[in-house]
Design a protein around this ligand. Sequence first.
Ligand code: GAR
Length: 206
Amino acid sequence: MTTRIVVLASGNGSNLQALLDASADGRLNARIVAVVSNNAEAFAHSRAANSGVPSLSVTKLPDETREQYDTRLGEAVAAFQPHFVVLAGWMRILTMSFLSAFPNQVINLHPALPGEFPGTHAIERAHAEHQQSGLTRTGVMVHYVPDERVDEGDVIASVEVPIAPLDSLKTLEARVHAAEHTLLVQAMQQLAQAHDRNHPAPKPNQ
Ligand code: GAR
C-alpha cells in the first residue's frame, strides 16, 4: 500500500519541497497526501498548491488550550489517513493530545546532532559556539517524536555537517539546509520501504 505522508510545516517549507520533489521523481516511494500549517501565511501552502497537494491551516484560537488545539489538529491530520506525519519546520511543541493519536508515526527533522541544540535557532547557536569555542561540526537528525520532549526521541538518521573556519551564519545555514534536504528524503524512503514490506499491495486477483 502506498505510504501516505502528511507534512506539518510552519513557514518556508524547503524541506517539504525536498519531499515533494523526491516523491515526484521516484526517489521517495511515498505520497505527500496533505500539508497542514499553523500559519495561514506559510509559503509551504504555495509549495503544496504548486504540486497539486491539498494544504490547510489550523491556527490556534485565543481561547483554546494547547491540548484542545492539538486534538483539533490531530482530527484534521487523521482525516488524510497518514502512515507518517512529518514535522518539517513545525515550530510548535505537540502535546500528547496530538501524539497519542499517531503512535510511532510522528517524525521530526532537527538541524543539529542528537542531544545538541534542542529548540529554535539551532544553527545560529552552533555558529556562535564555533566562534566562541571553535566547534568544528554540527549536523542534522531525523527522529521519532514519542512525547513532549523537544527534539528528542529514537534517531532514525543523522549526519554530521562540518563548520568551516570562515563560515558565516549564512554559509553554515546553506550547508545544513542542503544536508537536511538529503537526509529527510533518505530517512522517509527508509521508512516507506519498511512500510511497503510490512503492508504489501494486494495482488489483482486477491
Ligand atoms: C529546518 O531547518 C528545520 O530543521 C527546522 O526549521 C527549519 C525549517 O525550514 N526545525 C527546527 O528547528 C525544529 N526544532 P523549512 O521551512 O525551509 O523546511
